[in-house]
Design a protein. Structure first.
Ligand code: ZN
Length: 314
């Protein structure tokens, strides 16, 4: 099976307004969908991405106004890494200084240059300098030049007691291959090498389990082209790994199943179809609150409850 890598990453944030400001004004991502958590409609679900929210570019948040901070530990995503063109890493370091973004000195990992930073909730992120991606399309929000704009995910870094059981799922079900080891890291990659094609597992037995909260990644979604490919992955999980997923859920913009992988991280499989232009024009994505049909009757009540989120002119 030829895998396609990461579809989206979903995390937990504090106040929605602060989250929106950081991801659109500092990182320059596009808000491609403003909706609610379908399972908890009193909470927003904000989707950021490139100009149309291509799979592999989509970072999403459940913002809870008074969330307690999470605690880093085993069984979660330790770091979410985004791609930027190789020549722009200095631009970003400077931008983080100017805007007071917490960040670390540049480091090297698997021969690549990495700039680690935190969002206002303490979520651990990094930019990695990738050669040859300058000509890929990127959303140039917030005045960020095209040759510096973020080009989707590079990778996620999972903090686990042991790599092998999760690695077996990545290779057997999602089409990744192990491509390298460095210290306590094992790197897996899908062959196409585009956005979202890498997963690193950080083996660190003996740590406490993670506690979910503000700044924590809630789940990682992997791409399936369509329902048939998703169903084939579900069968493989059952037959080869004894893992049962949830039933398929219609998330309006993709269709999903969920399961706990052996390292306790919540994984999702999400279809590439139909995408974010299914309920509003691509030119005005994210500007108005979109609700699934089953919640339209509650629109005015939800609009009164949800925090105000008018977008600035960035
Ligand atoms: Zn998801």
């Amino acid at each position: 099976m030829s895998g396609k890598g990461i579809h989206h990453v979903t995390a937990i944030a504090g106040p929605a307004r602060r989250n929106l400001d950081f991801y659109t004004r500092i990182l320059g991502l596009r808000l491609v969908k403003k909706t609610v958590n379908f399972d908890d409609p009193g909470t927003y679900h904000l989707y950021y991405g490139d100009e149309v929210g291509h799979p592999g570019s989509i970072l999403t948040f459940f913002p809870w106004e008074h969330v307690a901070p999470g605690r880093v530990g085993l069984g979660e995503t330790q770091e979410t890494v985004l791609r930027v063109p190789e020549g722009s890493i200095g631009y970003w370091a400077h931008r983080f200084v100017e805007n007071g973004v917490a960040h670390q000195p540049l480091t090297r990992r698997f021969g690549e240059t990495l700039l680690s930073f935190q969002d206002p909730d303490g979520m651990r992120l990094a930019l990695v300098a990738v050669p040859g991606i300058e000509n890929e399309a990127g959303w140039t929000g917030a005045g960020i030049p095209a040759d510096a704009a973020i080009r989707g995910f590079h990778s996620v870094n999972l903090l686990l007691a042991e790599a092998a059981p999760t690695g077996a799922i990545l290779t057997n079900v999602f089409g990744f291959g192990e491509v390298g080891r460095e210290g306590s890291l094992v790197r897996y990659r899908v062959s196409d090498g585009g956005a979202g094609s890498v997963v690193d597992i950080h083996e660190a037995g003996g740590l406490l389990p993670a506690r979910l909260g503000g700044g924590s990644v809630h789940h990682i979604a992997f791409r399936a082209t369509d329902d048939a490919e998703e169903a084939a992955m579900v069968r493989k999980l059952a037959q080869h790994h004894g893992i049962r997923t949830t039933e398929q859920k219609d998330r309006n913009y993709f269709r999903s199943v969920y399961f706990r992988e052996p390292g306790r991280v919540l994984f999702e499989i999400a279809t590439d179809i139909p995408g974010f232009a299914v309920d509003e024009p691509a030119s005005t994505l994210g500007e108005t609150l979109k609700l699934p049909a089953f919640l339209e009757a509650r629109r005015s009540a939800l609009e009164e409850t949800l925090p105000r989120l008018e977008q600035g002119a960035s």
